[in-house]
Design a protein around this ligand. Structure first.
Ligand SMILES: Cc1cc2nc3c(=O)[nH]c(=O)nc-3n(C[C@H](O)[C@H](O)[C@H](O)COP(=O)(O)O)c2cc1C
Ligand code: SF4
Ligand code: SF4
Length: 292
């Protein structure tokens, strides 16, 4: 069976997982960002993988570019589709509802999400320092085992929903998340520098959050941020990055700036995370850009 693994990734977690699954299933890797602007997307293979990070599970979880990709899918009705959601928080309260939303989104396209999986990897949203304390090496080892297991399952054409045991923690966190929804919208509004009564929905606010990103005096105009931004949201003007309000909040520009010059949503630059196996070239390949 021919196979295509579509992926979106800002700091390499989803990219590393997609790479492993593509290698084990003989699949072709395709960057979601590189096809998302097409009018429609027609996968050629019979087995389609979608690997992506969970963003703001309290509000939706699916990055806007991945939502756009799904809405543009055509001819996927008779394909075997599987998805892997990588998350930095809790699989049962973050990845699980996100995958459920993806299932619904696909079914609106007449397609079925046949198998869904989650993998917990380090939190790349630098604001949540709490999650940075987890043992990253252990997470990487576990994620390798899980990616290998997912590859076996999808090769066998298994149909399965993501099942995670519910604990007392779940029953506590789910209502907490609902309560936090308004807080997260307020936070987005602040990052997007929108007035409190602007009436913009969360998915309209996300692209505008780059209004709170800026490069400080250490920027030397190397243009790495321009190249790694998966959605081509950055251009250099007079040697400085200018952001064009199509942000996915993916963190790639922050992470890959060699000068650690980018302030992201008022977070001091310098605290960084990237998946250790993912190189700059891997990141550039995904957007069709080249190093140098
Ligand atoms: C803007 C933003 C929001 C995020 N929200 C969540 C979340 O709600 N739940 C969660 O588990 N992880 C969240 N994360 C963490 C990422 O999902 C996680 O680190 C993911 O593996 C990153 O994948 P990538 O390296 O492929 O970009 C968030 C990350 C970012 C940048
Ligand atoms: S990557 Fe950093 S140093 Fe290079 S242009 Fe962008 S902000 Fe400036
Ligand atoms: S501007 Fe930065 S955070 Fe926004 S999409 Fe581009 S690389 Fe990601």
């Amino acid at each position: 069976m021919s196979s295509e693994v579509y992926y979106f990734s800002g700091t390499g977690n989803s990219l590393a997982v997609a790479k492993k699954i593509a290698a084990a299933t003989g699949g072709t890797m395709i960057s979601i960002a590189s096809v998302a602007e097409q009018e429609s997307i027609r996968p050629r293979a019979d087995r389609i993988g979608i690997v992506f990070p969970c963003y703001l599970a309290q509000l939706n979880g699916i990055p806007p570019v991945v939502q756009e990709f799904v809405k543009k899918l055509r001819g996927a009705e008779d394909k075997y589709i599987f998805a892997v959601c990588t998350c930095g928080g809790y699989e049962s309260v973050d990845a699980l509802p996100t995958l459920k939303r993806l299932r619904r989104l696909l079914s609106r396209q007449g397609a079925e999400l046949a198998a869904e999986f989650s993998i917990r990897l380090p939190m790349n949203n630098l604001k949540y320092f709490f999650f940075q304390t987890h043992d990253h090496d252990k997470m990487f080892r576990r994620s390798e085992v899980k990616a290998a297991d997912i590859s076996r399952r999808v090769t066998a054409g298994r149909r399965e929903k993501c099942r995670l045991p519910k604990t007392l923690f779940n029953y506590f966190m789910m209502p907490m998340y609902l309560l936090l929804r308004n807080f997260y919208v307020m936070d987005l509004r602040q990052k997007a520098k929108e007035l409190i009564d602007s009436g913009k929905r969360y998915d309209e606010l996300i692209p505008l959050t780059d209004r709170s990103i800026f490069a400080n005096g250490k920027c030397n105009g190397c243009s790495m941020c321009v190249k790694v931004c998966p959605v081509h949201n950055i251009v250099l003007e007079k040697g400085r990055p200018v952001f064009h309000n199509r942000c996915e909040m993916c963190m790639a520009c922050v992470e890959f700036c060699p000068q650690k010059a980018i302030h992201h949503w008022n977070i001091e630059p310098g605290v960084k995370y990237r998946h250790p196996e993912v190189t700059v070239s891997d990141m550039l390949e995904k957007s069709g850009a080249r190093e140098g």
